[in-house]
Design a protein around this ligand. Structure first.
Ligand SMILES: Nc1ncnc2c1ncn2[C@@H]1O[C@H](COP(=O)(O)OP(=O)(O)OP(=O)(O)O)[C@@H](O)[C@H]1O
Length: 656
């Protein structure tokens, strides 16, 4: 196929055609470029004799993309094609026409092993084969890998759900939520490529370190047309310079703020107090006050009380339509007098100085950041918009203690940026994607959910998260509220319960926190156990034991994360560096993590390391209000081994 693409000859029709052909050929070659580290296929299904044509059993190889032979017949089937489905879904109980399933093991592009399940003879490994274990335990370096070779049936159900279906996946740590979400995006792009190429796919993640970690997965799957962003990226309309205190952040993330902003915006519209004279192709027409009032009222109603949110007239569009209403009215007057003004003349009238001046007076142009700044700067302005919605104490929390010299130079916070974006979304329609995937969704505030919902348009949603890992102060107790605020209240919540990442011994430890942090939420069951995976080490001094553990791990293949309370990061880096170890702190600028990385506890969510050393759990718990939730996240990052070093006693819940 590569040779055929290279040898496409340029018939030399014209320069434009040649250029297009060249671009198409380059694109095709890119899509055919093989990663030498991954095989052309990783699985095979042999059909039962009856299932094949002429009674002969059919054999399919399954791979990352389809491959044809010279005659154009398929030799490898794309994992996303309907024909590949039995590879993922067939079982001894429901063989789906598959007599034997074979999985291949590879290392550095070389075939190293294979594993068979003779489904026709009632034999299947229940998704716990050696190859799955080997794949999970393969040492990690760099970004996240795809799991196409070993997607499990419950995961596959989610990956292949129809595009129109919005899904919320509630899954314990390491159950494959992120992996499943990304594979779903790849599946949807494959299955509905034309539609999604127009509307796009958006992946929303918690921070840059996380996006960096997942960014390679989709290109590795052959999909490149996906935008990846944090909520901060999506709402970057003002320069964020500082953080809010937690109580202020909670208030600014509260959905009541949307009502306050809505009122503030639309209450800026004033009643016309006089008639207006407009000119249309050289003649002047007077429009009476009552008629002007009706124009304004009708448009305001269309902007504030539509039956369907999608039909609401945006503020800026309302302004344009008001100008057009005046011009159209003048046109009708002129026509009644026997004139026949053209569309261009009518539009010119709508842009005329008199009409502009009228619109500026009754329907003033609004700057989103300016509106939020005026609310925070002027208690009276805020009180008018917030009366009956926020208490006086709450209003007081929102006031800026020091007024900024300009809107631009204000000390905006991340929560403010979301509010500014909310206003911008009322001013003008925000372009929406055809599918939006939100990871770590348990941490979004209601106002952040609204920001994501604005990008959703008419599309569908994949929400991934774990209520037990909710560390933000506005954390929800259940998914209903989040899904409603994301604009898809009817979304079904699907649990994933098999833990792939974390060995059973480590998961058992972390699960002891669950009754306290998320009562009622089911614990995951680990697919693997390893007696050596967990070491709890009380110590009297930190420096020596830490250096010796880390230097021991540094000699192993794969990645090591030393996780500690954020404030302890410089100290831990200094201790390890003084011991001659090559370590670096992980930062949130999206740069590549070091092979041995010191990771602030608040940045570790969604990431994983072959080996994790947790330093002083009590300090991690003490650092924030939802510290036990944070500790649960921290304890569930290890693929192969977890060492816990502590001078202070472990939290009571962990003592088993
Ligand atoms: N079917 C699978 N085959 C092989 N590896 C898998 C499979 N499912 C998940 N994994 C691996 O398990 C690890 C955890 O997956 P992932 O990060 O998607 O979990 P998660 O549910 O998002 O976890 P968390 O909530 O802790 O962030 C990853 O290394 C992933 O590649």
């Amino acid at each position: 196929m590569r040779t055929a693409a290279v040898s496409v000859t340029d018939a030399g029709v014209d320069a434009w055609a040649s250029e297009r052909l060249g671009a198409a050929r380059a694109q095709r070659l890119l899509s055919l470029a093989a990663d030498p580290g991954v095989p052309v296929f990783f699985g095979r299904t042999d059909g039962t004799a009856e299932a094949g044509p002429d009674g002969a059993p059919e054999t399919f190889h399954i791979g990352r993309r389809h491959v044809r032979d010279d005659a154009g017949d398929p030799v490898v089937i794309d994992w996303r094609a309907p024909m590949s489905r039995p590879f993922y879904q067939a079982s001894a109980a429901d063989p789906q026409g598959v007599a034997r399933r074979r999985r291949f093991g590879f290392a550095a592009g070389e075939l190293t092993s294979y594993e068979d399940e003779r489904l026709a003879e009632g034999e299947d490994d229940g998704g716990a084969g050696e190859l799955l274990r080997a794949e999970i335990e393969r040492p990690r370096s760099g970004p996240m890998r795809d799991i196409v070779a070993t997607i499990q049936p419950d995961q596959d159900d989610i990956v292949r759900a129809p595009l129109t279906e919005s899904i919320c996946v509630q899954g314990a740590p390491g159950t494959g939520k992120t992996a499943v979400g990304l594979h779903r995006a790849a599946y949807l792009l494959y299955t509905h490529g034309d539609q999604l190429a127009r509307t796009g796919v958006l992946v929303v993640g918690p921070n840059k370190a996380f996006l960096r970690y997942i960014e390679q997965v989709l290109p590795a799957l052959g999909e490149v047309e996906v935008d990846q962003a944090t909520v901060a990226d999506l709402t970057a309309r003002v320069t964020v310079r500082t953080q809010d205190a937690p109580d202020v952040a909670v208030l600014k993330g509260d959905p009541r703020m949307a009502e306050v902003l809505r009122r503030a915006l639309w209450s800026g519209i004033r009643k016309p107090v006089d008639s207006v004279q407009v000119s249309l192709s050289g003649k002047k027409y007077r429009i009476g006050e009552e008629r002007l009032k009706r124009f304004v009222d009708d448009l305001r109603r269309a902007g504030t009380s539509g039956v369907d949110a999608a039909q609401l007239v945006h503020y800026a569009a309302g302004r344009e339509r008001l100008a057009m209403s005046l011009a159209e009215y003048a046109r009708r007057l002129k026509e009644a007098g026997g004139g026949s003004p053209t569309d261009a003349e009518t539009r010119r009238c709508a842009r005329s100085a008199e009409v502009r001046a009228f619109c500026d007076a009754v329907w003033p142009a609004v700057d989103a950041a300016g509106l939020v700044a005026s609310l925070f700067s002027d208690p009276e302005v805020l009180a008018r918009a917030a009366r009956g919605v926020l208490t006086e104490e709450e209003q007081a929390l929102l006031h800026w203690p020091v007024l900024p010299r300009s809107v631009k130079s204000a000390r905006w916070t991340p929560a403010d940026a979301v509010l500014v974006d909310e206003v911008a979304g009322m001013l003008e329609r925000t372009p929406g994607y055809g599918h939006v995937m939100v990871d770590e969704a348990q941490d979004l505030s209601p106002m952040e959910c609204r920001a994501v919902a604005r990008r959703l348009g008419a599309g569908s949603l994949t929400v991934l998260g774990d209520l037990a890992q909710a560390t933000s102060p506005w954390a929800a107790q259940d998914w209903a509220q989040t899904l409603a605020t994301l604009g898809r209240p009817e979304t079904t919540v699907r649990p994933l319960t098999r833990g792939y990442r974390v060995p059973g011994e480590v998961l058992d430890l972390a699960n002891r926190l669950l009754p306290t942090i998320a009562p009622g939420l089911g614990a995951a069951t680990a697919v693997r156990r390893d007696p050596g995976a967990l070491r709890l080490r009380p110590v009297t001094t930190l420096a020596g034991p830490l250096a010796s553990v880390v230097s021991e791990l540094a000699t192993t293949e794969g990645s090591t994360g030393v996780v500690c309370a954020d404030a302890a990061v410089p100290h831990v880096v200094a201790l390890l560096t003084a011991a001659g170890l090559d370590v670096a702190a992980l930062s949130d600028d999206g740069s590549e993590p070091a092979r041995v990385a010191v990771v602030p506890a608040t940045l570790v969510k969604g990431l994983e390391f072959d080996h994790v050393v947790v330093v002083e759990p009590a300090a991690i718990v003490a650092a924030e209000p939802r510290g036990l939730h944070r500790l649960y996240v921290v304890l569930t990052r290890a693929v192969s081994s977890l060492v816990v070093l502590h001078r202070e006693p472990l939290p009571d819940q962990l003592a088993g």
